[in-house]
Design a protein around this ligand. Structure first.
Ligand code: SF4
Length: 333
């Protein structure tokens, strides 16, 4: 099995007590059954406390939040379980976060989640990162559609190469979006054709229509949020054309989501999701990296919100192709 990971992957170190946000805040932490069994059998005060805060519903264990925080989070920002029993005693969720693994059977891609502040700093401060690959003896027979995966691997590489073009960033975003539609056509059975950026930009200019960016912000602010104040922060966003800082962000989304289209062969919606996410993060007032991290925590880490965004990419009037192309040309109403 081939394992591929970004070259900054192993340099991640949790900020622990120095973290400006923390994965122990706001999230309901799922505890794997083995860890839950160990916690429930622990003697002493720590065991008593764990038995009080571990909640089981339909066989699924979670920690009951106290004041919006994991009850094992100490006032110094450290974890009471880790402090007493070591890192090996953590449940899978806490041990793995923010490490991501997309396992396709015969190959796997590792990455870091943008929703962790330290991971966000690494992802967004290394625009030219490379990959480290290694072959492991493990692995399974893949169940994915091989032809579709070949198209997705090839087109993702091309899409990522567009991010390196020497052009104004809004043009790069436009090409990325239109190339995503072309790649969707190939997934749907169309012939592979060369992608001509100049023709694509002419097409974009013809299709582009003025858009109300506030509709996108309002849609996102109405989703299920961990922190309602973040919805107000979203609503105050002011549209700005994407700048250079958005390129590593778009790369992060492309690396993470492009291949996932192998599950349902729906790439176009994912590409829209990637572009809209960058535009929204760019629009938000304040520090870009912090906004990206919060966006990821609120949107990406909630599967229902991701699903809602992908559905909106299909059917919401604010997410139509002509309006997204219009936004990328600065046309607003
Ligand atoms: S969010 Fe990241 S840096 Fe912060 S405590 Fe969690 S893993 Fe550590």
């Amino acid at each position: 099995m081939l394992i591929r990971k970004p070259d900054f992957y192993d340099s991640f170190r949790c900020l622990a007590g120095g973290c400006p946000d923390s994965c122990c805040k706001e999230w309901q932490i799922a505890v794997n059954p083995e860890a839950a069994a160990r916690y429930l059998a622990l003697p002493g005060q720590l065991g008593d406390r764990l038995r009080r805060v571990l909640c089981c519903e339909e066989g699924e264990y979670t920690f009951t939040l106290e004041n919006g925080r994991c009850p094992m989070w100490r006032s110094d920002g450290l974890c009471a379980i880790q402090a007493a029993l070591g890192e090996d005693a953590l449940c899978h969720t806490c041990r793995d976060f923010p490490r991501l693994r997309h396992d396709y059977g015969d190959f796997a891609e590792l990455g870091l989640e943008l929703s962790c502040p330290e991971a966000a700093r690494l992802i967004l401060s290394c625009p030219d990162w490379g990959y480290v690959t290694r072959e492991l003896p493990e692995g399974e027979e893949p169940e994915y559609d091989r032809e579709a995966m070949d198209i997705l691997l090839r087109t993702r590489e091309k899409a990522l190469s567009l991010l390196e073009e020497n052009r104004p960033v809004p043009e790069i975003f436009t090409l990325f979006l239109l190339y995503g539609y072309q790649a969707q056509g190939e997934l749907d059975g169309e012939e592979e054709t060369p992608f001509d950026p100049e023709t694509a930009l002419e097409t974009a200019a013809q299709l582009a229509r003025a858009a109300d960016f506030g509709e996108i912000l309002e849609f996102l602010a109405a989703l299920e949020l961990l922190n309602p104040a973040w919805g107000d922060h979203l609503r105050r966003g002011e549209f700005t054309l994407p700048g250079k800082e958005c390129l590593p962000l778009l790369r992060y989304f492309a690396e993470r989501y492009w291949l996932q289209a192998v599950s349902d062969l729906d790439l176009a919606c994912r590409v829209k999701f990637m572009v809209v996410s960058c535009l929204v993060i760019r629009a938000m007032d304040g520090d870009f990296v912090t906004n990206a991290q919060r966006y990821s925590k609120e949107m990406e880490n909630d599967p229902e919100n991701v699903e809602a965004l992908l559905d909106a990419a299909y059917s919401h009037r604010a997410f139509t192709d002509d309006k997204l192309l219009g936004l990328l040309r600065g046309l607003r109403c």
